[in-house]
Ligand binder design. Structure first.
Ligand code: GDP
Length: 443
């Protein structure tokens, strides 16, 4: 899995923040020391690490802790937001030319995955309704042209080639004319790479750039090479003023250093990612999804967001105080149900928590109709009954509530039972909050 070593380290750090009260400077400092080490070990650029750690520390210490989140969740939220902003916030797509064909030049070192990416990108654009042409401008690597032809054939994409006797500039120019007369609205130019950056290669790429004026120059880098990939990106960018980066082999990248640094160091967006050897293994790069993968939080982040949207913070705080004091009443039960309704089904919510088996969640699915019954039953209780549930031991009260809510006495019994179970859970939960080591919850 991508980023696994970084993810494990970050999770260990956040775990330590779980169950703590308010975050103080010392806790944050300690956590940030570990985050810094984890990022450096993941081969993240030191400038990026410095920037991230200082931003997160600044935001985490102090009054910003949201009432509906625990301190640990709050730090995850901040780290997530800062990671997203490091990787470029929104998604960056291809800028298409108003006068087709759109010219996309792929550049990068040998073995980075350019030829494979030319095919993958061609197929992606074809799916979007474009008519791409692949142009074979790598005249040096012996099997490069053949490789592009094989890839293109599998994907049923046309290839423009003039063998290896013409200069890359001439081939690139000719491929544009060919595209114009064959109704291809995108040309993807596969250029030559070298094992290392060298002047001759750069000059050749500059010549092609000047000759065809590409709309996009996308640098293909192997994410598994970490900081080397970032250094390569810096050099290519300074010579060619690239328009974006494509990270390949993200499927084998356990550290994430390139993904997290390249945007910050070059100022250029990551547009796509290669995530496997198959020709369908390409993804549009979304910084927010990448950040949540790095944090290994699965959908917990969207859970936090959902909770933030749905839960009235004041009410949540009151409720958690009541939980601690174990003063949970039917009014709270009703309130909680209404808040849950806003967040989606209980099964949905629980299945977002890592480690929870979503198949088992069917059992806790609460259907809307049942919810309406429960609401009617609670509303048929008197104020006193809601506040002092022990009054409901009386059979005549239960009967009155059933007829008042248009339900059966068995339904009332069931709701009371559910409530009692809820109360029991609250007790366990508040015990856990006081003594987090005993708890089974992740945070
Ligand atoms: P080029 O020299 O830059 O044109 O690189 P190639 O396209 O020939 O790719 C080099 C090697 O990397 C090939 O064996 C590809 O199958 C492999 N490769 C390319 N992209 C990916 C990727 O996203 N994931 C994995 N696992 N392998 C990839």
């Amino acid at each position: 899995m991508a980023f696994e070593s970084l993810t494990t380290k970050l999770q260990e750090t956040f775990k330590k923040l779980r169950g703590k009260g308010r975050l103080n400077e010392k806790d944050v400092k300690e956590a940030m020391r570990e985050v810094r080490l984890a990022l450096l070990e993941a081969d993240v650029n030191y400038k990026v690490v410095k920037e991230l750690v200082s931003k997160v520390s600044e935001r985490a210490v102090g009054a910003e802790v949201m009432e509906s989140l625990t301190p640990g969740q709050h730090v995850i939220k901040i780290v997530n937001e800062e990671l997203v902003s490091l990787m470029g916030s929104g998604q960056s797509s291809i800028v298409f030319s108003k006068t087709p064909p759109t010219k996309i030049m792929l550049v990068g070192l040998q073995g980075a995955g350019k030829t494979t990416m030319a095919g993958k990108l061609g197929q992606l654009l074809k799916k979007q309704g474009k008519r791409p042409l692949l142009a074979a401008c790598d005249i040096y690597r012996p099997a490069a042209i053949k490789q592009l032809q094989v890839v293109a054939e599998k994907l049923e994409l046309p290839v423009f080639s003039m063998g290896d006797k013409n200069s890359p500039v001439d081939i690139a120019k000719a491929s544009i004319s060919y595209a114009e007369s064959n109704n291809n609205d995108v040309v993807i130019i596969d250029t030559a790479g070298r094992l290392h950056v060298d002047e001759e290669l750069m000059q050749e790429l500059v010549d092609v750039k000047e000759a065809i004026k590409p709309d996009e120059i996308l640098l293909v880098v192997d994410s598994m090479t970490g900081q080397d990939a970032v250094n390569v990106a810096e050099t290519f960018n300074s010579k060619l003023d690239i328009t974006g980066v494509i990270l390949t082999k993200l499927d084998g990248d356990t550290r994430g250093g390139a993904a997290l640094s390249v945007r910050y160091v070059t100022g250029k967006p990551i547009k796509f990612a290669g995530i496997g050897e198959k020709l369908t293994d390409i993804e549009v790069f979304y910084p927010d999804r990448m950040a949540s993968r790095v944090l290994g939080m699965g959908d917990v982040l969207s859970l936090i967001e959902k909770a933030q949207d749905a839960i009235d913070e004041k009410k949540a705080l009151e409720l958690s105080k009541k939980m601690m004091k174990q003063e949970f009443t039917f009014d709270d039960f009703l309130d909680q149900m209404q808040q849950m309704k806003k967040m989606g089904s209980i099964g949905d919510i629980l299945s977002m928590i890592p480690g929870v088996d979503s198949a088992k969640m069917k059992d806790v699915e609460v259907d809307e109709k049942e919810m309406a019954h429960v609401e009617a039953i609670i509303k048929s209780m008197t104020k006193d009954e809601r506040r002092s549930p022990q009054l409901l031991k009386s059979g005549s009260r239960r009967k009155r509530i059933a007829s008042g809510s248009g339900t059966k006495i068995q339904d009332v019994n069931k709701v009371i039972k559910q409530f009692e179970q809820g109360q029991k859970m609250m007790k366990q939960f508040s015990g856990m909050m006081k003594n987090p080591k005993k708890g089974k919850f992740k945070f």
